[in-house]
Design a protein around this ligand. Structure first.
Ligand SMILES: Nc1ncnc2c1ncn2[C@@H]1O[C@H](COP(=O)(O)OP(=O)(O)OP(=O)(O)O)[C@@H](O)[C@H]1O
Length: 324
């Protein structure tokens, strides 16, 4: 399909259900070949957004371009999309094989070896009625139908829901391979380690609104570093005033224990500033640790919008580096 370099362009997208605003003025663009993760607490509006992208729901206002096209009533576009809904509902009496045949009639499979490898790698059970399958085994069929025609765009709503850890690993490999082939992926997940491993960029939504949009690396950098140091002597009093003066962006505490002073908290000032301050003391131990994605964005999941992370530093709309 001949389209622009932008796989998805979402502008001022809003969806209301009566008085409830499920998606509120959402703006996101996703490049071709990019893996984009949409994350946020339950009820944030992730599934609603995805359903609008595949024309399963009509927006209240705003515009959507999928592979350069308006998804509304655009049946030709569907062949270029692989969609895994949050709840993969099927005709219960159908077997996995029957269902995949049905999907293949809609979205022809060009590479049968790839189709067969998906079945093998995911360990899908194809000969039993779908209604008799466990949640995870149903999900495997859902994943196969989304991936099997190697669509330009994969829209995956909580794709690893119900999968055991080994199959989750296979899914991650499939995702990275799809990205490597130039396919675009727009996925949601509550498993933030999965997003950290696979996504180029992440959008954090809550109550329908986009709170942050940045690369995984930018989100982790903005969260600062967890710092822990042990200094010789009882120096907490003088240290506290130096910390406040010389490391104003950080939240570090100092307390005395035995004949040493322990400093810990989140460092958001340059490491050089920390080292210059500590250089005037005898440092027994110093640890600096970058938080993972989950620790970096968990505050968005809590009630109220935390101001702990400087919001301005994670709203960069540029494409970040692949954090693996
Ligand atoms: N058909 C509907 N009618 C009324 N309200 C709806 C409908 N679909 C979704 N909502 C509401 O819209 C909000 C967003 O729901 P959505 O399913 O998009 O959230 P989500 O981010 O996918 O959540 P989760 O992580 O729990 O799957 C929720 O408050 C939900 O109750």
């Amino acid at each position: 399909m001949k389209t622009t370099d932008t796989a998805l362009r979402i502008r001022d997208l809003t969806k209301r259900f009566g008085a409830k605003t499920a998606v509120n003025q959402l703006n996101v663009s996703v490049d071709r070949g990019e893996i984009f993760g949409l994350v946020g607490p339950n009820g944030a509006g992730k599934s609603t957004t995805m359903r609008m992208l595949v024309d399963a729901l009509r927006p209240t206002s705003g515009s959507i371009r999928v592979l350069g096209q308006n998804p509304r009533d655009n049946t030709a576009l569907r062949r270029h999309i692989g969609y895994l809904p949050g709840e993969f509902l099927t005709v219960p009496s159908l077997t996995g094989k029957g269902l995949l045949k049905h999907f293949a009639a809609l979205n022809p499979v060009a590479d049968s070896a790839y189709h067969d490898s998906l079945i093998r790698r995911l360990g899908a059970e194809l000969n039993r009625p779908i209604s008799k399958l466990s949640k995870g085994n149903k999900q495997k069929i859902g994943l196969i139908q989304a991936f099997m025609h190697q669509p330009d765009l994969l829209i995956l709503d909580e794709p690893t829901s119900g999968l055991d850890p080994l199959v989750q690993q296979v899914f991650l490999e499939l995702l990275l391979e799809a990205g490597g082939r130039g396919q675009t992926v727009f996925l949601s997940s509550h498993i933030l380690s999965e997003i950290q491993h696979a996504a180029h960029r992440v959008g954090v939504v809550k109550d329908g609104s986009l709170l942050a949009l940045a690369s995984v690396a930018e989100l982790r950098d903005a969260a600062g570093q967890q710092m822990h140091a042990s200094l010789e002597g009882l120096v907490a009093h003088q240290l506290r005033s130096q910390l406040a003066r010389q490391l104003p962006a950080s939240t570090l505490t100092a307390r005395e224990e035995g004949n040493r002073t322990l400093v810990r908290g989140t460092l958001r000032d340059p490491v050089a500033a920390l080292l210059s301050l500590l250089g005037t003391y005898t440092v027994q131990e110093l640890n600096l640790e970058k938080p993972d994605l989950e620790e970096s964005i968990l505050h968005y999941y809590q009630d109220g919008t935390s101001t702990d992370t400087p919001a301005g530093s994670v709203t960069a709309h540029k494409r970040g580096s692949h954090a693996l």
